[in-house]
Ligand binder design. Sequence first.
Ligand SMILES: *Cc1c(COP(=O)(O)O)cnc(C)c1O
Length: 374
Amino acid sequence: MIKFLDLHKINARFENDFQNKFKHFMDSGHYILGSEVERFETDFATYCGTEYCIGTANGLDALTLIFKGYIHLGKLRPKDEVLVPANTYIASILSIINAGLQPVLVEPDLETYNISPEEIEKHITKNTKALLVVHLYGQLANMNAINAIAASHRLLVIEDAAQAHGAVENSNLKIPNPKLKKAGNLGHAAAFSFYPSKNLGALGDAGAVTTNDKDLAETLKLMRNYGSSKKYVNEIIGVNSRLDELQAAFLNIKLKCLDADNAKRQSIAKRYLQEISNDKIALPFYSGAKDHVFHVFTIRVADRSGFVAYLQSHDIGHLIHYPIAPHHQKALENFRHHTFPLTEKIHDTIISIPISPVMTEDEVYRVVEILNVY
Ligand SMILES: *Cc1c(COP(=O)(O)O)cnc(C)c1O
């Protein structure tokens, strides 16, 4: 059996360090917003190349807080329109709705599955005030084009970087740019999730916002903690969405391994792309650079249910990202009357095969072999 993702094996690599950290944490008697959260915020901001990082309870809260923060600062107003890819994970869309803004779904590009800059331009109205760009499956969206459009229409650019920790922009340029930028530093603000299965995953829920915007950072630092920086003094309307101290301790240990883990994912992806050869399987686009960290490796097949049965009969783990398009979800009934042909095509044919930093060469070989015989 080749698991889709062996989370125990991923974390077992750090077990001793985790246990030492837990003992230290337990003995400290300080369990909320302590030195581990502070260290993670400093180190993750440095890692992303941003001025600020604010830890949150999860990725959805990180996204929602960015929007609420901009509303608080007067840069967004209730009901403003935010463009978002139609084929994203539903969290992106929920964050816009939960902040009291209006999501406008935009079709992706069928090659990269990321939001299409041409489609963005078609959907900009006088009510459009922000773009929520998702680096889906770990591949950076076309930020050069997107930031140019945003600048000419004075739009905020928010990254949903929940699947793209450590992805580096423009790393394939012939002339190397000394100031390579990473996910989290490619717009005005970015949200990360450290849900256990993400490229940088905690052992529970965790998230963060990165930004170079001082006002936003200061607002979110208050907002995630009851609007308070001093106990029992509340300056703004806040929520409770603090990054958990113990999860921050785990993340501090795992952050050191993120680049190596992403490199391993990229090397497996390269093998898949070179070695899988089957007319019935459409492989993903990959430039070969560091702008894709392969949160998942997605392929497309016409007869997906037949393919799933085939994988099951050969004990190959798999998952569908995602089986139901957001506009077909009951929760988003208001969007039912829209049609998004590319999004629907993706949702009907996409399927993800195993990829992880702890997969062995033999396992990769086995997946290739099974797929080539399909
Ligand atoms: C995981 C994920 C989120 C939400 O993160 P949580 O920590 O589960 O709240 C948001 N957007 C995308 C694209 C994700 O993959």
